[in-house]
Design a protein around this ligand. Structure first.
Ligand SMILES: NC(=O)C1=CN([C@@H]2O[C@H](COP(=O)(O)OP(=O)(O)OC[C@H]3O[C@@H](n4cnc5c(N)ncnc54)[C@H](O)[C@@H]3O)[C@@H](O)[C@H]2O)C=CC1
Ligand SMILES: O=C(O)[C@@H]1CCC=N1
Length: 267
């Protein structure tokens, strides 16, 4: 069975998502930087990013895959086939983890050699501080040992959830794209406060702590979000004035539309 203290993990593509995962594993202390390697398109950028983290840089995806036990496919979805197919012979004896949106089990079955152990996932950027989510496709070709190992590995990044194919896309959109929407909300709240005199830095930290605290309250109590809202809205008070303004602007519909737009996009 693969072992967290000795496993070698190579990223094919080392952009925002792969860097966030590397940071999360290093920050957790469970994986040493020298156990992580990467290959990417721009060698100068790769050298800088890997050197800053004490990781290995490889000139090609083939070299990275040869060195590794676990290969994380982290290029844009439309590039996956072109990156993976030429090295499928090497990947046959590796554990392949994909983070590419929409690249699920059947797709990898069609491009990898038969019998290759692989799992499709959709992580999010808060994995970099071990507070992320990794949505994992329930259908995979990993062994039971691999599954136990992957659960350990992803637990270091936050919450790992298995989802069936039907749920994979929408759950991945909520978890994976959601941080952008949450960051927009933080920015907008801060803009509103800055407009009324709160210094910018204080506005960001207040908005972020408010959101983190509210999310934690929901997670710890399991409270219905509607009940949480009601508990803040004193009759005739200030909050309900803001809630009414948000409803007038279609706040909830706008958020639902954002998920809808992603889920119904042409692929
Ligand atoms: N950014 C995010 O929050 C999330 C991203 N993802 C997935 O992660 C994958 C990467 O996305 P990002 O990191 O955001 O993009 P990015 O553009 O930051 O990173 C892509 C990386 O791939 C490299 N690359 C391009 N062509 C290559 C090639 N032929 N061989 C090797 N490397 C090559 C680039 O140099 C870059 O390092 C995508 O498939 C995306 O769907 C999944 C969940 C969340
Ligand atoms: O925007 C994207 O395509 C990637 C996938 C999920 C989050 N970011």
């Amino acid at each position: 069975m693969l072992d967290l203290s000795t496993v070698r993990i190579a990223f094919l593509g080392f952009g925002n998502m792969a860097s966030a995962m590397a940071d999360g594993w290093i920050r957790s202390g469970a994986v040493k930087p020298e156990q992580l390697g990467a290959a990417s398109r721009r060698q100068d950028v790769l050298e800088a990013r890997t050197k800053a983290r004490g990781m290995k840089a490889f000139a090609t995806c083939e070299e990275a895959a040869r060195w590794a036990d676990v290969v994380v496919v982290a290029v844009k979805p439309h590039l996956v086939e072109g990156v993976v197919k030429p090295i499928r012979g090497i990947l046959k004896d590796r554990l392949v983890l994909s983070v590419a949106v929409g690249r699920l089990f059947d797709f990898y079955e069609s491009i990898l050699e038969s019998g290759t152990r692989h799992l499709s996932t959709l992580p999010n950027t808060p994995v970099s501080i071990n507070e992320g989510i990794v949505i994992c496709e329930a259908r995979h070709s990993m062994t039971l040992d691999d599954e136990a190992f992957v659960e350990q590995l992803f637990a270091k990044l936050g919450l790992a959830e298995f989802a069936d194919e039907k749920m994979m896309s929408a759950a991945g959109t909520l978890a994976g794209c959601g941080p952008a929407f949450a960051a927009m909300f933080i920015e907008a709240l801060a803009d509103g406060a800055v407009k009324h005199g709160v210094p910018r830095a204080a506005a960001y930290s207040l908005a972020s702590q408010m959101l983190a605290g509210t999310a934690k309250l929901q997670l710890e109590t399991g409270a219905h979000p509607g009940a949480m809202k009601d508990a803040v809205c004193s009759p005739g008070g200030t909050t309900i004035i803001g809630v009414a303004a948000l409803e007038r602007k279609g706040f909830r519909s706008a958020v639902i539309d954002a998920i809808d737009a992603i889920e119904t996009r042409s692929r």
